[in-house]
Design a protein around this ligand. Structure first.
Ligand code: BES
Ligand code: ZN
Length: 627
């Protein structure tokens, strides 16, 4: 079995090498050898790789720890390897044993010094013949990948809640693992919780399992460690169809099922383009508002912020996005965070194709146009030109720095460019075949470019030049070959905005009756930074923007209010910052407050809100406000 796998891996690698390889030094794999190209892991995955993880954990809400064992199966790529190196961060390791001739015996192991970013290397001696170790450990209440909510911090107020966020490098705060997207594992787990709570993982689970405090999970497809996920709480389930459903606290369950009722259509559209969904069930979980992202593509169970439940399905592109990761990211995975655009750019592209298939070009174009506005702002404010390349620089300081508008939107636009040049009739089957070829594999940017060259480049040598590709991948900013996004709906909004700005019409006479959330966002995000306070007040009076329910619209309005010093929003802005923990909103709001002379106010709100934020958000805002 193991041998077969190794042979299959070398065949793939030879295939790659034969098609004219690249000069890049960080190629994932060459001639059967795995080259270590992820600097954010201690793991010696070029020599020994874990293949399976078996967790047996108590979820202890009193002490805010996961406590139990991790059994790890591994395989040697280098027969002379004598140790397995794992990542661990804020873990207390009680003991490490190895399996030999059916018995567990104490293993020799050591832990390196603790590094703020990387944590510790857990180095375990592996005697010849042994293929399994068992680690007795517990997590820390401060684990960055886990948020422990008190009953008071939940909507129901009666039970505590726990959820995880492992991407990018926080799986190591949940369990000792080789925490790199280059290594894939299958997993199984047993979690013990207070009996009235439900536990869920990014794995196979029965939505109708009895609540008895003991839950078992199995993930038979190999996934990278950043896709390990746990949620525990007073969570209920509602089916959307026979294999798609939504989990949430009761207060928002029905509204969520309604908001996301078109998820089955999204799955169909995605599968029609790129082949069948390969993961069994697809469920959504709507988390407490402190979830620091819009969504997270945990396999079989996307995690979502409750701010998507807007009541009008206007923000469901995030579901299309997380679902799309079931092809781009979860099936074919970036092998290091320097290649994050392979996950996020591809996914943003697929997301947009699905939105177009379901809701038409008008909506897809508006979403592209909004994205393009924010990409331009992102490029303008990038800390270095290298951070605007798709291939992130070798000296990337933190994996999170790889997840900017560049990875998402420049990445998606590179694929729009290729789509336009080759045509959908060529590009769609190409992408489908790429997902098939590399299914359950981790790849580099160079692997993709080789594949592109081999399949489309060689066939149509005149359509795209190497120089054009290099400008996208290894060059700064937005190449001039980028698709021109046109939205007639937005053109109309811009014309009305200009008439109002020039005083030709009054705010209340702008015909906004049929505007979608997208049109509102375009209107608000393109207002001048120096708009006068009376003009801001006129808008607010006409459209009651302060306190608006849609979180995206509220965010755009509050950003505008901060820039123009329109202080009437402050009470509602405070409320927003106290209630919403979604990083995309709150990082920018705190930064804008600081940059616009409201640092004291911001620090005051933060001092009250901080305790409710996720550890990831706390770290980020601490840095913004220089705590
Ligand atoms: N995988 C990301 C979230 C993420 C990125 C977590 C980096 C940790 C580190 C997820 O798929 C995502 O991109 N979410 C977006 C939504 C999307 C529509 C742009 C978000 O959270 O806003
Ligand atoms: Zn994503």
């Amino acid at each position: 079995m193991h041998h077969l796998k190794v042979i299959a891996a070398s065949l793939m690698v030879i295939g790659l090498a034969a098609c004219g390889s690249q000069s890049e030094t960080d190629t994932h794999s060459q001639l059967g050898k795995v080259i270590k190209n992820d600097k954010f892991t201690y793991a010696n995955y070029d020599k020994v790789q874990m293949t399976h993880l078996d967790l047996d954990l108590d979820v202890n809400f009193d002490r805010k720890v996961l406590d139990g064992t991790a059994r790890i199966e591994f395989e040697k790529l280098d027969p002379s390897a004598e140790e397995l190196v794992l990542d661990a961060k804020d873990l207390s390791i009680e003991s490490v044993k190895f399996l030999s001739a059916g018995n567990w015996a104490d293993a020799e192991y050591s832990l390196s010094d603790d590094d703020d970013l990387m944590g510790q290397a857990l180095v375990v001696k592996i005697p010849a013949g042994s293929q399994q170790i068992l680690i007795d450990y517990e997590t820390s209440p401060e684990a960055e990948g886990l948020q422990w909510l008190s009953p008071a911090q939940t909507a129901g107020k009666r039970h505590p809640y726990l959820f995880s966020q492992a991407q990018a490098i926080n799986a190591r705060t949940m369990a000792p693992v080789q925490d790199t997207p280059a290594v894939r594992i299958t997993y199984e787990a047993t979690l013990r919780t207070p009996p009235e709570l439900l536990a869920l993982m990014s794995a196979d689970q029965d939505p109708y399992t009895p609540r008895d405090g003991e839950y078992s999970f199995e993930m038979p497809q190999p996934i990278p460690a950043y896709l390990l996920a746990i949620a525990v709480g007073d969570i209920e389930f509602k089916a959307i169809n026979d294999h798609i459903g939504v989990y949430a606290e009761k207060y928002i369950l029905d509204a969520s099922a309604e908001e996301f009722s078109e998820t089955p259509m999204m799955e169909d559209a995605n599968a029609a383009l790129y082949g069948p969904y390969r993961w069994g069930r697809y469920d959504l979980i709507v988390l407490p508002p402190s979830f620091p992202f819009g969504g997270m593509e945990n396999p079989r169970l996307s995690f979502l912020t409750p701010t998507l439940v807007a009541g009008d399905k206007s923000l469901t592109n995030v579901v299309a996005h997380e679902l799309a990761h079931s092809w781009s990211g979860n099936l074919v995975t970036n092998s290091s965070w320097r290649d994050s655009w392979l996950n996020e750019g591809f996914t943003s592209y697929v997301e947009n194709r699905v939105m177009e298939a379901l809701y038409g070009e008008g909506r897809a174009n508006m979403e592209q146009a909004l994205d393009m506005e924010s990409l331009k702002a992102g490029i303008a404010s990038a800390k270095s030109a290298e951070l605007t390349h798709l291939k992130m620089p070798e000296n990337l300081a933190h994996p999170d720095d790889a997840f900017t508008q560049v990875a998402y939107i420049k990445g998606a636009n590179f694929l729009f460019f290729l789509e336009d040049r080759y045509g959908r009739d060529q590009f769609d089957p190409f992408l489908k075949q790429y997902f098939d070829t590399y299914a359950f594999k981790s790849v580099t940017t160079e692997d993709f470019l080789d594949y592109l060259q081999k399949h489309l480049g060689a066939k149509y040598p005149d359509k795209v030049s190497q120089k054009e590709i290099d400008a996208w991948v290894y060059g700064p900013g937005l190449p001039d070959t980028a698709r021109q996004v046109k939205s007639s709906a937005f053109d109309n909004v811009s014309q009305l905005q200009a008439k109002w700005l020039s005083g030709e019409i009054k705010a209340k006479d702008i015909p906004t009756g049929n505007w979608s959330t997208h049109e509102w966002l375009h209107f608000l995000k393109t207002l001048p930074d120096n708009l006068s306070k009376p003009k801001m007040a006129e808008l607010d009076k006409a459209f009651r923007l302060t306190g608006t329910k849609n979180a995206e619209t509220a965010f755009a309005w509050y950003m505008q209010a901060i820039k123009t010093d329109y202080r009437a929003v402050m009470p509602q802005l405070r409320k927003f910052l106290m209630e919403v923990g979604r990083g995309k909103f709150i990082y920018r709001l705190y930064a804008a407050l600081k940059d616009n002379g409201k640092e004291t106010w911001a620090k005051n709100v933060y001092s009250q809100a901080r305790n409710g934020y996720h550890p990831i958000a706390q770290r980020r805002i601490d840095a913004i406000l220089e705590k």
